[in-house]
Design a protein around this ligand. Structure first.
Ligand code: SF4
Length: 168
């Protein structure tokens, strides 16, 4: 998987982050919102009405959020471009898949970051193998339990690579 597929492309997403997550009034959010509901700042086209002034208006949490490309993958690859705005019955499943794929894409991003290390062959092979396995879990509609398990193992592997940091 290339780095570009692990970066958000909001033009190909159905504003999944603005629907899926809950947030509460805090330093990061100016308003509260329950999970699986549209943010009141979304317009009828699915765009954020305050996108250009997020931080000024108290939405730092939105400004720094990164889905690692999960939004477009779920919207386009898994739901064929359908949106929860057009069909609200999709909300629970789209939100669940978005949460799960975001976790897996974050793991892929961390594994991809390891490519800049001059890893010994055995570690590099393992890094590539983990990335393939994590990517397969996206396609396989992995459960939360499967994602928890692979996340633990990948983080353990990544920690083991710390001995190579600074050796380039
Ligand atoms: S403020 Fe804008 S970016 Fe943040 S959740 Fe609402 S619509 Fe999305």
């Amino acid at each position: 998987m290339t780095q570009s597929l692990l970066s958000a492309d909001c033009s190909q997403c159905a504003a999944l982050c603005c629907m899926t997550f809950e947030f509460e009034v805090s330093d990061d959010f100016a308003i509260s919102k329950p999970a699986n509901t549209a943010c009141r700042n979304l317009d009828e086209c699915g765009d954020c009405k305050v996108h250009d002034t997020l931080e000024d208006l108290g939405f730092r949490g939105c400004a720094v959020f990164e889905c690692y490309g999960a939004g477009q993958r779920v919207t386009q690859d898994m739901f064929g471009g359908r949106t929860w705005q057009d069909d609200p019955s999709l909300i629970p499943l789209m939100a669940e898949r978005f949460r799960q794929v975001r976790r897996l894409h974050e793991l892929l991003m961390l594994l991809e970051a390891g490519a800049v290390l001059a890893l010994p062959q055995v570690d590099e092979a393992q890094r590539v193998s983990w990335a393939e396995r994590v990517d397969m879990l996206v396609s396989a509609d992995a459960s939360d339990e499967e994602i928890d398990a692979v996340s633990k193992e990948v983080h353990g592997f990544l920690r083991s690579l710390q001995r190579h940091v600074g050796q380039r």
